[in-house]
Ligand binder design. Structure first.
Ligand code: A3P
Length: 296
């Protein structure tokens, strides 16, 4: 277990123009050379889009709703995060993945152009979760406050500009969602919206189940819905990061399972910020064919 963060330097560098953690850049050859297996399931997201939620859904689908099995290990061990190099002595995502039995569920925040090519060579199925930019921004702001493995976010004012210009770890939200959205015609990608999951979790869980080629009863699906609800995951030590070293995640600042809603941005955006955001959004998203809901 990590006791101190003293020797862990948080830096940001760039790979093909995308800001990534220095530790990720240092290990880039290993990460980019990651060897996928044909039966891997990849969960890809921009940070704070609902990654952990989808991890639990996919895992419970594979476990056929057995919540006991779902709790066999913390979410960050069950689902290796292939582009992260955590402080030592924690194993890297690549190391964890290599020792895992198939079928593996893997996590990435990489924009599609930086994804290790092996995933497409092996024709891996990927579930992409997308969340509206405004709520993502708010969630990421709090997350950069609690996560000592990321740069501190600064003031909300500054963060707002940094996020809009893509100057945050893993880069531009816009490039990320558009890149993955466009790749759908070439690869096996299921594109899921966080807002749809909030609106009707059963419908979305069923979509994921079908995509994974499974057939589960309504009773099992109800069970999965229950065990992946915000409240259950907030109370579950395997999903709420309470077993994660608290020198890395300081949840006294804000819990990892924070609010889990659509529209919390309204409590943070000023009227002026909202106008600036909407203008920029229109320019960047025009013609993408992608539509997000910022309220339900
Ligand atoms: P908030 O900070 O808005 O509450 P990620 O897993 O990609 O880091 O995303 C974390 C965000 O997803 C947090 O958003 C968290 O509360 C939310 N989340 C996690 N599990 C959830 C669930 N079961 N239902 C709804 N939201 C969930």
């Amino acid at each position: 277990v990590v006791k101190k963060m003293e020797n862990f330097q948080v830096t940001i560098r760039h790979i093909e123009g995308v800001p990534l953690l220095g530790s990720t850049c240092d290990a880039w050859d290993i990460i980019y050379g990651f060897q996928a297996r044909g039966d891997d399931i990849l969960i890809a997201t921009y940070p704070k889009a609902g990654t952990t939620w989808m991890q639990e859904i996919v895992d419970l689908i594979l476990q056929e709703g057995d919540a006991q099995k779902g709790r066999r290990a913390p979410c960050f061990i069950k689902v290796p995060f292939i582009d992260l190099i955590p402080p030592k002595p924690m194993p890297s995502g690549v190391e964890l993945a290599q020792t895992m039995k198939s079928p593996r569920v893997l996590k990435t925040h990489l924009p599609i152009n930086l994804l290790p090519p092996s995933f497409w060579e092996k024709n891996v199925k990927a579930v992409y979760v997308a969340r509206n930019a405004k709520d993502c921004m708010v969630s990421y702001y709090y997350f950069q406050k609690i996560n000592k493995g990321l740069p501190p976010p600064g003031t909300w004012e500054n963060y707002f500009s940094a996020f809009l210009s893509g100057d945050v770890p893993w880069g531009s939200w816009f490039d990320h969602v558009i890149g993955w959205w466009k790749a759908m015609d070439k690869h096996q990608i299921l594109f899921i919206f966080y807002e749809d999951m909030i609106e009707d979790p059963m419908r979305e869980i069923r979509k994921v189940m079908k995509f994974l080629g499974k057939d589960l009863s309504d009773e099992v699906l109800e069970n999965i819905k229950h065990h992946t609800s915000f409240q259950t995951m907030k109370e579950n030590p395997m999903t709420n990061f309470s077993v994660f070293p608290n020198v890395i995640f300081d949840q006294t600042i804000s819990p990892f399972m924070r609010k889990g809603t659509v529209g919390d941005w309204k409590n943070h955006f000023t009227v002026a910020q909202n106008i600036i955001f909407d203008e920029e959004y229109k320019k960047k998203m025009e013609g993408s064919g992608l539509n997000f809901r910022t309220e339900l």
